[in-house]
Design a binder for this molecule. Structure first.
Ligand code: SF4
Length: 196
C-alpha cells in the first residue's frame, strides 16, 4: 500500500482546498491568468509618471502609465499604487483606486460651471470668465471686510471676510506659495487638509 508523508498530505490537501475555494467563488483560473497577461501587455512600453493621490491627507503615491497615440495625443492607460512609496507601498484605498476616472470618466466636468446669484441652474463658462469672476469677488470681499485697526487702535491690517483651504494634493512649494499669497492679502483664516 502506498504511503504518503504528512508534508505530501498537506500539500495535496492545500491544493484541493485552494481549488475548492477558487471554484466556490466562481473564479475561472484560466480567465484570471489571461487577464493578467492582457494587463501586462496593455502597459508594456508605456511611459511611467509618478504622482500623488489628490483625495486625502494620507498622500498615497500613484504611478500613471501613458502612451502617445498616432495623432500625438497622450493616452492614459492605467493608474495604480506606487510600490516604491513608503506611504502606501503600492496599495490604494477604494477611492484612490478610482483615480483614473478623474481623467477618463465620461461624467467628468470639462469646463468651469457658474451659477449666477438667483439663477436656478449652472452654465458652462470659459476659464477667462471664471478667473476674472474669482478675482473680482476676492477684491470686493477684501475691500468690504478689511480691518486696518482693532478696537484698541492697534494696527492689524487683516482681511476677515475670506477663508482659504488648501488641498491634500498640494506640494510643499504650492503650500508655501498659497500661504504667502493669502497672507499677502491679509487673510487670517487659513486651513490645510494635509496636516502631516
Ligand atoms: S488612496 Fe485613499 S488613503 Fe491614499 S491618499 Fe488616496 S484617498 Fe487617501
Amino acid at each position: 500500500m502506498p504511503t504518503i508523508t504528512r508534508r505530501e498530505f498537506l500539500k495535496v490537501g492545500g491544493a484541493g482546498a485552494g481549488a475548492l475555494a477558487v471554484s466556490g467563488l466562481g473564479f475561472d483560473v484560466a480567465l484570471a491568468e489571461s487577464t493578467k497577461v492582457k494587463q501586462s501587455l496593455r502597459i508594456a512600453g508605456a511611459k511611467e509618471s509618478h504622482s500623488i493621490c489628490p483625495y486625502c491627507a494620507v498622500g498615497c503615491s500613484l504611478v500613471a502609465y501613458t502612451r502617445q497615440t498616432s495623432d500625438g495625443k497622450t493616452q492614459l492607460l492605467q493608474i495604480e499604487g506606487d510600490p516604491d512609496s513608503p506611504v502606501n507601498e503600492g496599495r490604494l484605498c477604494p477611492k484612490g483606486a478610482t483615480a483614473m476616472q478623474l481623467a477618463t470618466s465620461p461624467r467628468r466636468v470639462g469646463s468651469p460651471l457658474y451659477r449666477a446669484s438667483g439663477a436656478t441652474g449652472w452654465k458652462s463658462v470659459s476659464w477667462d470668465f471664471m478667473l476674472d469672476k474669482i478675482a473680482n469677488n476676492i477684491k470686493s470681499s477684501r475691500d468690504a471686510t478689511f480691518v486696518a485697526t482693532d478696537g484698541n487702535g492697534n494696527s492689524v491690517n487683516r482681511c476677515e471676510g475670506i477663508a482659504f483651504a488648501g488641498g491634500a494634493a498640494f506640494s510643499s512649494e504650492e503650500g508655501y506659495f498659497a500661504t504667502k499669497l493669502m497672507r499677502g492679502l491679509g487673510l487670517v483664516h487659513l486651513e490645510q487638509q494635509a496636516r502631516v
